[in-house]
Design a protein around this ligand. Structure first.
Ligand SMILES: *Cc1c(COP(=O)(O)O)cnc(C)c1O
Length: 384
């Protein structure tokens, strides 16, 4: 059996271990400490957002962001439909209702046309949405200009889910810095990892201070344990933050590597009929967290993304369909949805292929070889 090629695996730079040792040597083995403070400063400087709170996960960051915006039971929150469930789950934690929006074809993210339609319709039904959650899928920034203009017109705050897009930008402005609040994730498969972790970022200092307070069980200022609010245990460990500090040193290298993966795939595969790639709109820069392809079975003699996925799997190569839209998920089947089927189509025909920053040239060649081979064999006409 050939060695396993993962979709996206952790990639240490070298100094992580040293910083973790530092945490041990100074006995800062707790969900606070100098590495937590340092990591927050690193994130804030990198994204050019004034304040950051390092947390136990990106999901926790979304949960706290929605609490900051006053989301309560029975409220509605608008969310991109094509995404990981973690974008929408915190809406449900609060007893609020997600309203899902379809994707557009330029970035695969929240469609501004259906966003506007949804807001108008919810208002007509007597409900003003409490927040809008666009997502920068696979590192490609959403159409933030359009989304922010609509959000501004209707005075609805934006929580930017930049879990997959650390290092991406539009005209030089960082993903995560556009909304009232932005969230990042450092889960094991993300562009940098702290083994598990996330962050909430915002120019609003009160939001970040309050989030840190709620993330540490909402302890009032008193010598004993006193609480006037429900708190959470959402802070990042100093050991995890140590890993994060090392990872920040190699983030730009990771982006270069992932972008090079994408270029390699595009050069090798885009001449094949029926395989297309998502290009960057002008001014957009994607970190290319995951390289993705669309397969049009009408142009591939019927070969589908599932045929490719299974064929890669046989050779120990991991690939995965694009995110299944939330409005198609059993758990959200009763939630409102506005769209015209773009995200469904993307889910049907899209595939994420191995994208790690630690892939070797020979790994990429193996992936490409497999796909080319499958495409060619099917193209040979079967004769009598
Ligand atoms: C990974 C991810 C999250 C959640 O982050 P965790 O740190 O795993 O909780 C949220 N949204 C999107 C789009 C993600 O990919």
């Amino acid at each position: 059996m050939n060695s396993k090629i993962w979709l996206s695996s952790p990639h240490m730079g070298g100094n992580e271990q040293k910083y973790v040792n530092e945490a041990f040597e100074t006995n800062w083995i707790a969900p606070l400490g100098p590495h937590v403070d340092g990591f927050e400063k690193d994130l804030s400087a990198y994204t050019d957002v004034k304040h950051a709170a390092a947390l136990s996960s990106g999901t926790a960051a979304i949960h706290l962001a929605l609490i900051m915006l006053g989301v309560q039971a029975g409220d509605e929150v608008i969310c991109q439909s094509m995404t990981f469930s973690a974008s929408a789950n915190p809406i449900a934690y609060l007893g609020a209702v997600p309203v899902f929006i379809d994707s557009e074809t330029d970035t695969w993210n929240m469609c501004p046309v259906f966003l506007l339609k949804a807001i108008k319709d919810r208002l007509a039904k007597g409900k003003k949405p409490k927040a809008i959650i666009p997502v920068h899928l696979y590192g490609m920034p959403a159409k933030m200009d359009e989304i922010l203009a609509i959000a501004k017109e209707y005075d609805i705050p934006v929580v930017e889910d930049a879990a997959e897009a650390l290092g991406s930008s539009i005209n030089g402005k960082s993903a995560g810095s556009f909304g009232t609040l932005g969230i990042l994730s450092f889960n094991g498969n993300k562009i940098i990892t702290t083994s598990g972790g996330g962050a909430l970022i915002s120019d609003n200092e009160d939001f970040i201070k309050k989030s840190r307070f709620l993330a540490t069980q909402a302890r009032d200022a008193a010598p004993h344990y006193q609480h006037s609010e429900i708190g959470y245990n959402y802070r990042m460990s100093n050991v995890c933050a140590a890993i994060g500090r090392g990872q920040m040193e190699v983030l730009d290298d990771h982006i270069d590597n992932r972008r090079a993966n994408f270029e390699f795939y595009k050069n090798e595969l885009s001449s094949i009929d029926g395989i297309t790639f998502l290009e960057e709109p002008e001014g957009y820069r994607s970190n290319r967290w995951l390289s993705t392809i669309l397969i049009d079975p009408k142009l591939t003699d019927g070969i589908t993304r599932e045929d490719i996925r299974l064929d890669l799997e046989k050779d120990n190569i991991e690939s995965r369909p694009l995110w299944k839209p939330m409005h198609l998920q059993p758990v959200f089947e009763n939630s409102p949805y506005y769209g015209n089927g773009i995200s469904e189509e993307l889910f049907k025909n899209g595939l994420c292929i191995p994208s790690g920053s630690n892939l070797e040239r020979q790994d990429l060649e193996r992936v490409v070889g497999k796909i080319k081979n499958l495409m060619c064999t099917r193209k040979i006409p079967i004769s009598g």
